[in-house]
Ligand binder design. Structure first.
Ligand SMILES: NC(=O)c1ccc[n+]([C@@H]2O[C@H](COP(=O)([O-])OP(=O)(O)OC[C@H]3O[C@@H](n4cnc5c(N)ncnc54)[C@H](OP(=O)(O)O)[C@@H]3O)[C@@H](O)[C@H]2O)c1
Length: 305
């Protein structure tokens, strides 16, 4: 019989692929708005948790992830961003503690200020310092979990991407990731403007699923940077995407984040360099996170099959 795992946010971009890859081994119970379970409602969560005494863990991905809308809500503790990301996560901690479940929480590189020095990478010991509201709410969630009694791991991910939408039914609202957005534009023969003065750490979602699988088995305690092995600019990512999929690299055009922020003073603050180090997850959980060339090749192979 499959082991049960309670999953929040498993109908989203990342979660749906985790279910697709780990679904043979685990039965994921979907706690989401689609299934009538709002994580901001503690009473309802408790009632639902009672139905699954056999579940061995809670995988918590649910979040309000529209960073621009979150920024518009900054300072508003009644806004949806704070309600879901902070109060919802607090509720998840409550029920995981009450029903004695291991908790895996998915967090983000946006808990850092993005001022990392060139050539250096944030590790798990570096102090978070979020610069916008989404990152701040995700940081508050991390703090709640860290200071709770629940046995937990926090997996910080960044710029997740995958080859294609999940199987029918698993991902009702399709959300495109950065790599697929670039690829789609190039396939449509449209120019794509990408920052060459920003550093990001794209992460193949299949590797995140591998890390979740390892965490479900080993049940470690602590924070892990669950990110790809390459940190590069979006512009470089565009060139690599064009090369891998034999698309026209002349359509990949340089843009400048610094210039953008000057011309759009009302836009949300941006992290300039969020290079993250992933040694710990490999050393402690034995999870290999692909570099960007390996990940794009794997994506290409999956699209052919
Ligand atoms: N995407 C990124 O670039 C990125 C980067 C770093 C970290 N992350 C983190 O990774 C996790 C997954 O992100 P994602 O991009 O896959 O998310 P997503 O596609 O935006 O999906 C959000 C998920 O959260 C659920 N949800 C939202 N509000 C809820 C509520 N009140 N109660 C219950 N469920 C609720 C949604 O469920 P329904 O569909 O049922 O409404 C959906 O499954 C998040 O924790 C996010 O912070 C994402």
């Amino acid at each position: 019989m499959k082991k049960q795992v309670i999953g929040t946010g498993i109908s989203g971009l990342v979660g749906s692929r985790i279910v697709e890859l780990l679904g043979k081994e685990y039965e994921f119970i979907n706690f989401g708005l689609e299934t009538g379970v709002d994580i901001t409602n503690l009473g309802l969560l408790r009632k639902e948790m009672k139905k699954y005494p056999q579940a061995e863990a809670v995988l918590h991905l649910a979040a309000f992830t529209d960073v621009d809308i979150c920024w518009k809500e900054r300072g508003n503790r009644n806004g949806v961003c704070y309600k879901v990301n902070v109060e919802g996560s607090n509720n998840i901690v409550h029920v995981a503690s009450e029903f004695e479940k291991y908790l895996i929480h998915i967090s983000t590189d946006f808990i850092f200020n993005g001022q990392q020095k060139n050539g250096e990478k944030y590790n798990e010991k570096d102090k978070p310092d979020p610069i916008e509201w989404y990152g701040y709410t995700k940081y508050l969630a991390e703090k709640i979990i860290k200071h709770s009694w629940v046995k937990n791991s926090i997996l910080r991910i960044a710029f997740p991407f995958k080859a294609k939408p999940a199987e029918v039914g698993l991902e009702p609202k399709i959300k495109l990731d950065l790599v697929r957005k670039i690829k789609n534009k190039l396939e449509a023969k449209e120019k794509t403007f990408l920052f060459d003065d920003q550093i990001i750490t794209p992460t193949f979602i299949d590797d995140i699923a591998g890390a979740v699988g390892a965490a479900l088995k080993k049940k470690p305690q602590g924070i892990y940077h669950c990110v790809g092995s390459s940190s590069l600019s979006p512009y470089e990512l565009g060139l690599k995407t064009a090369k891998t999929f034999n698309l026209d690299s002349d359509l990949v055009c340089r843009a400048s984040l610094k210039k953008y922020l000057k011309t759009e003073p009302n836009s949300r603050p941006r992290q300039i360099n969020t290079a993250l180090d992933n040694k710990k997850i490999e050393q402690e959980l034995g999870v290999k996170m692909l570099d960007i060339d390996e990940a794009l090749q794997k994506m290409k192979k999956q699209l052919k099959s």
